[in-house]
Design a protein. Sequence first.
Length: 254
Amino acid sequence: MKNLKNDLGPFRQRVRKALIIFSFVLLPVTFAYISCPIITEGASKGVMTGGLIVFILLFISSLFLGRLWCGWLCPAGGLQEIYNQFNDKTIDNKKLKLLKYAVFLSLFIPFVSAIYHAEGLRTIDFFYYTDHGISIARQGSYIIFFAQIFFITILAMLAGRRGFCHYFCPIAVILITGRRIRNLFRWPALHLSVDRDLCKDCKLCSRGCPMGLNVSNMVQRMNMEDADCILCCVCVDICPEKAMGHDFIYEKNS
């Protein structure tokens, strides 16, 4: 499949930023659907919550779209891209990045235990822990909401570009797992592609990456796959030589 070269890069990035920041603005309404403690509480009562359904759908999407959610729709991502204006430091601590896997296990094990003690998930309540679908309207929900904002803020402001994504986010682990399964079997899925001959090694792609990836090095290696890539296409759109694109068909070294 021919690479999709984009001549509307600035427009696409305006749309992306609008979507992801709007997703953050909606967080008071939606946070119950991405809250691990609420999902576990529901599981302890034998309830498959809306949040669990969302997590399952995100995992399925990662098999074909990687971490597109992180780059385009995640409310935590929207907040962190706002904070990038204050701390734009690149993150490159591989050991600390393992922390998010420990966080994931600390949440996943109690979740599985809750299902076991509840003797399975017996009912579905998509609007669990909301008031008519609105998260913040439920009494006492402010604590969970502001706790989420607090953790995202601290990590983003202290660590740098998308610090929460790199070090803490359990959803990132779910999406990375799905992506790695896709890479193992190599079925058609959204990914970045590159024509290294067009690259002038100006490093604009690396400087512009919201996740702080060394995209220029990825181009030189002709390997655009990285667990931290959120497929935001900033590198594609910022490249003056149009050396990068995106594709669905797996090709060697793409």
